[in-house]
Write a protein that binds this ligand. Structure first.
Ligand SMILES: [Fe+2]
Ligand SMILES: [Fe+2]
Length: 221
């Protein structure tokens, strides 16, 4: 079984992540680098564990989370495909279990597709772990005037607390976000995150769970 420890620190993987961090820094994009991928990887593994999925699935979730954005250096718009293809080029040739590799590839490729069609738990978990990472620390730009002019930066910067939790007995996956309304309005948040939250809902439903979003103590489900 391929484990996260075989992936993390692999020179090719780390090179792709470095290249993507450099590229996204250059285009002043929000963090898709090590801060983000480690959060997504940890969140994906713990979500898989919390809902009682096998160790193999937990490991696939953690690996997908770590590698899902490493293709960004070849272009933002198709980065989900680039990331999946790069992953396969490293691990497919020596794989004893190609199904593990292809499942991870599919999860990575699905995380940013326009037409979402989920066929496995790993893809659903990656979407929830990725799309729920909304937080001030993702904003690289530290100039408040510039932040206020960019809706993505503004919304991320306004998110001062982010709590992601699972209640297995109630079958609920909950994302609680605290927004500083001096920086943005919940309306801005919805403008940007409507589609992402719809993805989370579809992903949660695929896992047999209800997705609940709470913004500034206002519950949406
Ligand atoms: Fe992505
Ligand atoms: Fe991501």
């Amino acid at each position: 079984m391929l484990k996260l420890e075989n992936v993390k620190g692999h020179p090719m993987i780390e090179d792709f992540i470095n290249q993507s961090e450099k590229y996204l820094d250059a285009i002043k994009y929000t963090d898709h680098g090590r801060r983000h991928i480690n959060i997504v990887s940890d969140r994906a593994r713990s979500l898989a564990k919390s809902i009682g999925l096998s160790e193999l699935v937990q490991e696939m979730c953690a690996i997908s989370g770590y590698c899902h954005d490493m293709g960004n250096f070849m272009g933002r718009s198709e980065h989900h495909y680039w990331s999946a293809m790069l992953f396969s080029q490293i691990f497919l040739k020596d794989a004893k279990d190609t199904n593990q590799i292809s499942t991870i590839m599919q999860a990575i490729a699905s995380h940013d597709k326009n037409k979402l069609k989920l066929v496995n738990n790993v893809s659903a978990i990656l979407i929830l772990a990725d799309k729920s990472d909304v937080h001030r620390t993702r904003v690289k730009n530290k100039d408040l005037n510039q932040i206020k002019n960019d809706i993505h930066d503004r919304v991320n910067y306004s998110a001062i607390a982010n709590d992601f939790s699972v209640n297995k007995s109630k079958k609920q996956i909950k994302l609680k976000i605290q927004i500083d309304t001096k920086i943005t309005s919940p309306m801005d948040y919805f403008e940007i995150f409507m589609e992402r939250m719809a993805f989370c809902r579809i992903a949660a439903e695929f896992l047999g769970y209800e997705f609940i979003l709470i913004i500034n103590n206002f519950k949406l489900s």
